[in-house]
Design a protein around this ligand. Structure first.
Ligand SMILES: C[C@H](N[C@H](C(=O)O)[C@@H]1CCCN1C(=O)[C@@H](N)CC(=O)O)C(=O)N1CCC[C@H]1C(=O)O
Ligand SMILES: [Zn+2]
Length: 619
């Protein structure tokens, strides 16, 4: 401490520090409530008026964070306070990210650009050659799930990207400049550096690489099986010799999960574990779907959602206004208001998504009495894993029979393989996508990927890690990452890769706690108060302890480990290897249409060659 006079006035007194923290909590929670309320109003009614209010409230929230962080550093030598919890809270509240941005005009511009990108993405519509116009939900989502018409799927895939990514590219490159400036003012190298710091681990990137490498063989086997099935349906001519699968045939706009084409991949012709049809027959409403999920949490002895949840949530797409349909869970930071916004469709996929969102709500409920600064997941992957863990139990034939969505749930090798394949189409197919999204973004934030090769880098990663290829040539006028919600919404994504591994570790631990003794994939923790207690105790910690402590509490180990995932899918891996015995496993890293040709570069090189050739002829 160089300047002794400053040092002398900086306090290390614990009771003074705790008094400041109480003031901090009271002030920051009220600006957060004001901002979240404005964001909710914009997301559930996209108007310029609501957008402006949200931007102003976000600015006010950043100003308050900046003011309180400044006071904390000026009044306290907080690193030297002799109370670990006080130091942890000060560490978090003085780390304010882009709120530290010196230039307030640019900070407002950052918020404006983000909300403009959100408006473009969420209001995008696409008119197809069937003379129908569709939004993403439910129209294009249903089409991508159900259509088996190659050309129809292709038109929807291309036009969605024309309506979103193409319009977002200039805004996104400006956004990257601004967010990096903000995080640099906040003490980070760039936005990616700041995002990775939330995992409090020096070896985070290496750990991810190791986990992905460990899981690759399983993904390669699944890819080979699915490719064979799709070739049989659509014909060899659509499949490049490089071994890639055309991106638009996998039942999802981003090829991130493949469970919607389970019906054409199903190995054995027995009762389908995709209960969408039964849900429709039984006239399942969105409200009924949410009640099923809430009841599952309650059966574990966890919290039911409060009445205000039912009063204020938006669980169906309104007919009279534009909304952000992408499902999300909301904490209003006032210990009593928690909501979900979802344009619910009556499908099994949406029942799983509801559990995902209700998992966030359960976390909010469990940590609502903690200081606001601790109202986060132990790490972001924890927050994403909660709902998905319960969904592993809900989707078992055993459970679906319990809630009368399946008639039989006989245990047989065929039934097991059908079920495991269906589960792998959500959890295993997702892994490379969950991994590559932020590989792309971190490379953009670091400057390694610049606006003139955004799309090339995107398809290099998609081709390399997912083994999928764009069905038509892509150029740098396209901006395909912008066709995925989390890019314009600026939501980090590696959390979903982490959660897809954590959720199997949690599942294994909770199944043991629930005395479920069969194979891991048949376990259903429904009504186990012991499992619920163990999970609840971890969620109550919020981010008050390092995440490795929270992990150790639930699974007994401090490391993220892919072994439970591999154990869960073991029967399927053996079966796939048999099925693929004469398949070429894998693909060439470079795929057709992927190496996006930058049209201006391409034309100028053609021109240069021709003029050289003509000059040769002349002389
Ligand atoms: C459907 C789900 N929506 C997100 C989620 O629930 O995570 C929404 C949008 C972004 C953040 N978010 C929230 O609700 C946060 N407020 C929760 C929190 O951090 O408290 C989603 O995007 N998913 C689920 C599987 C993979 C991914 C996808 O669909 O690609
Ligand atoms: Zn989530």
């Amino acid at each position: 401490c160089s300047n002794i006079s400053l040092c002398w006035t900086k306090s290390t007194d614990i009771s003074r520090a705790k008094k400041f923290l109480r003031e901090y909590d009271q002030q920051i929670s009220s600006v957060y409530t004001a901002f979240v309320t404005a964001a909710w109003n914009f997301n559930t009614n996209i108007t310029e008026h609501n957008r402006r209010i949200m931007v102003n409230r976000e600015l006010a929230s950043s100003m308050k964070e900046k003011e309180l962080a400044h006071r904390a550093n000026a009044e306290f030598d907080w690193q030297r306070v002799r109370d670990n919890d006080v130091v942890r809270q000060f560490k978090f509240l003085t780390d304010i990210g882009t709120a530290a941005m010196k230039n307030e005009t640019k900070l407002k511009r950052l918020s404006d650009v983000k909300s403009e990108m959100s408006s473009i993405y969420s209001s995008a519509k696409v008119c197809l050659s069937d003379n129908q116009c569709y939004s993403l939900e439910p129209g294009l989502t249903r089409l991508l799930s159900k259509s088996r018409d190659y050309e129809m799927l292709l038109e929807a895939w291309v036009k969605w990207r024309d309506a979103t990514g193409r319009h977002l590219k200039p805004l996104y490159s400006e956004f990257v400049e601004l967010i990096n400036e903000g995080f640099r003012d906040g003490g980070y190298n760039d936005a990616g550096d700041a995002w990775r710091s939330t995992y409090e681990s020096e070896t985070f990137e290496e750990d991810l690489e190791r986990l992905f490498t460990q899981l690759k063989p399983l993904y390669y086997q699944l890819h080979a099986y699915v490719r064979r099935k799709l070739i049989n349906i659509y014909g060899e001519k659509y499949f490049p010799s490089s071994g890639h699968i055309p991106a638009h045939l996998l039942g999802n706009m981003w090829s991130q999960t493949w469970n919607r084409i389970f019906d054409i991949l199903k190995p054995y012709d027995i009762e389908s574990v995709d209960v969408t049809a039964t849900m429709k027959q039984q006239k399942y409403t969105p409200l009924k779907m949410f009640k099923v999920s809430d009841e599952f949490f309650e059966s574990l002895g966890l919290e039911k959602v409060p009445q205000s949840f039912w009063d204020h949530s938006m669980i169906e797409k309104p007919k009279d206004r534009e909304v952000v349909c992408h499902a999300s869970a909301w904490n209003f930071y006032n210990n009593k208001d928690f909501r979900i916004k979802q344009c619910t469709d009556t499908t099994m996929q949406d029942l799983v998504t509801i559990h995902h969102e209700m998992g966030h709500i359960q976390y909010y409920l469990q940590y609502r009495n903690l200081p606001t600064i601790y109202q986060n997941g132990a790490n972001p992957g924890f927050h994403e894993a909660v709902g998905d863990v319960l969904a592993l139990s809900v989707s078992t034939p055993k459970h679906l029979k319990k809630i009368k969505l399946l008639k039989t749930a006989e245990r047989s090798k065929e039934a097991d393989i059908n079920f495991l394949l269906s589960q792998s189409l959500s959890s295993v197919a997702f892994l490379p996508f969950g991994y590559l999204m932020d590989q792309w973004r971190w490379s953009v934030f670091s400057g390694e990927t610049t606006p003139d090769n955004y799309n090339k880098k995107w398809w290099d990663l998609r081709c390399k890690y997912q083994g999928i290829s764009p069905p038509v040539k892509r150029t740098e006028e396209d901006f395909d990452p912008g066709a995925k919600y989390h890019i314009p919404a600026n939501t980090p994504y590696i959390r979903y890769f982490v959660s897809h591994i954590l959720m199997f570790q949690f599942h294994k631990a909770l199944c043991k706690e629930a005395n479920e003794t069969g194979p891991l994939h048949t376990c259903d923790i429904y009504q186990s108060k012991r499992a619920g207690k163990l999970l609840g105790d971890v969620l109550k910690l919020g981010s008050s302890k390092p995440w490795k402590n929270a992990l150790e509490l639930i699974v007994g180990s401090r490391e993220i480990d892919a072994k439970p995932l591999m154990e869960y899918f073991k029967p399927l891996i053996d079966w796939l290897k048999e099925q693929n015995s004469n398949e070429t496993i894998g693909w060439n890293e470079i795929c057709p249409n992927c190496a996006t040709i930058n049209s201006s570069v391409f034309l100028s090189s053609i021109f240069a060659f021709l003029s050289f050739f003509i000059s040769l002829l002349l002389c």
